[in-house]
Ligand binder design. Sequence first.
Ligand code: COA
Length: 108
Amino acid sequence: MGPAGLADLDGRLIGRAGFGGTDELREISYLIARPHWGEGLATEISRALVDWHLFNAPHAQLRALVVLGNDVSIRVLEKVGFHGAGTEDYEGTLCRKYTYPTGSATLG
Ligand SMILES: CC(C)(COP(=O)(O)OP(=O)(O)OC[C@H]1O[C@@H](n2cnc3c(N)ncnc32)[C@H](O)[C@@H]1OP(=O)(O)O)[C@@H](O)C(=O)NCCC(=O)NCCS
């Protein structure tokens, strides 16, 4: 299940979110249209994605990569329960890595 569009109640596109990565190592990503920043939407969709993951793939790892300095996104991840787990180079961009403490993610 890859990222999908997010619509408001009138069907207008207001963002995009979903899972990337592999079945063993899922990555969540989200993007909210600028006029809707600060309304709690990224938090709401991230919580929903975490819930989906816990219910459907509890033994897979769940993580997110955030470009250094994207403090708003880091705040979103921390609010929904992710923990910082160092940095990682993603296609030449230094990112902070966040993992969700569940299933095998807590064992290794
Ligand atoms: C990052 C993004 C998804 C956030 O979406 P959003 O719907 O505005 O986020 P929310 O409203 O759910 O939550 C934002 C939180 O960050 C906080 N925040 C706002 N500005 C902040 C700042 N400069 N520093 C730290 N935290 C900040 C808000 O106060 C809020 O936390 P709170 O509920 O504790 O007050 C949105 O800005 C976006 O689409 N950015 C471009 C794409 C992107 O960066 N995607 C993430 C890639 S990892």
